[in-house]
Write a protein that binds this ligand. Structure first.
Ligand code: KIV
Ligand code: NA
Length: 266
């Protein structure tokens, strides 16, 4: 097995083989998903929701992302590691965006960065790309803009919105992005963007037509009670983990753990 690199993204689209992507926020899960053969690991700013207990991604900082990205990049032997530029670390302009991306590349070992937005952040994508750092775009429902978007709403509904999304997708490609995530769009607009773009689309809540799929791992594994409609629970890890903790506590309280097999004598 060879390291998954950015040219494999283009190759996958060409060959019509689906790109697989999952989020990871630490070395433990990154090693598991890497061993499972996942192509791309995303150190998402969803770390704010999944790991840090925030209700949005807005409070996430570069200093939050760096140790997570370092842990994932350190554990991933084969997967391409992509790290999110968090809210407030790139919007001011191409200089700010490049400075943040350079910091991630220097300090974490990640191989690419991702940022949200279309035409309005094309100069940022261009500046980072020109510095030799691969960029993944992110369109549709973009969580860092959830207040402007009026909450978690499906994007690209209606012809005007669909056209705007496609224009953003083309701008992201033109600026040099190597792939683009499409989040919570209609099936139709995701199919249209996938058709008109030369770079691969990676969908989350965007239907089956995209060139790849991404899920937040805690949704994928059933770690939490609530799951978004677009995510399938491929396991019930939350229940399994709770039961393990209950069994552990019962055995400690009952005096059956530790036993001789788990103790040292003389
Ligand atoms: O932060 C994240 O997990 C993401 C994915 C939903 C694409 O950006
Ligand atoms: Na994100």
């Amino acid at each position: 097995r060879r390291r998954y690199r950015v040219h494999h993204l283009a190759q996958a689209k060409e060959q019509g083989s689906k790109i697989t992507m999952l989020t990871a926020y630490d070395a433990v899960t990154a090693a598991v998903f890497d061993a499972a053969g996942i192509d791309v690991l995303l150190v998402g700013d969803s770390i704010g929701n999944t790991m840090h207990g925030h209700t949005t991604t807005l409070p996430v900082t570069v200093d939050d992302m760096i140790p997570a990205a370092r842990a994932v990049a350190g554990a991933a032997r084969y997967a391409l590691v992509v790290v999110d530029l968090p809210f407030g670390s790139y919007e001011a302009g191409p200089e700010q965006a490049l400075a943040t991306a350079v910091r991630f590349m220097k300090e974490t070992g990640a191989a690419a960065v991702k940022l949200e937005g279309g035409r309005s952040v094309a100069p940022q994508i261009r500046a980072i790309t020109d510095a030799g750092i691969p960029v993944v775009g992110h369109l549709g429902f973009t969580p860092q803009s959830e207040h402007a978007l009026g909450g978690h709403r499906v994007q690209g509904r209606g012809e005007d919105a669909a056209e705007a999304l496609c224009a953003d997708a083309l701008a992201v490609q033109e600026a040099g992005a190597v792939a683009v995530v499409l989040e919570m769009t209609t099936v139709e607009v995701a199919a249209r963007a996938t058709e008109i773009l030369q770079i691969p689309t990676i969908g989350i809540g965007a239907g089956p037509a995209t060139d790849g799929q991404v899920l937040v791992w805690t949704d994928m594994a059933g770690m939490t009670e609530w799951t978004p409609r677009f995510a399938r629970r491929f396991a019930e890890l939350g229940t399994a983990l709770r039961e393990a903790a209950e069994d552990y506590a019962a055995d400690v309280r009952g005096g059956t753990f530790p036993d001789a097999a788990h103790s040292f004598e003389r």
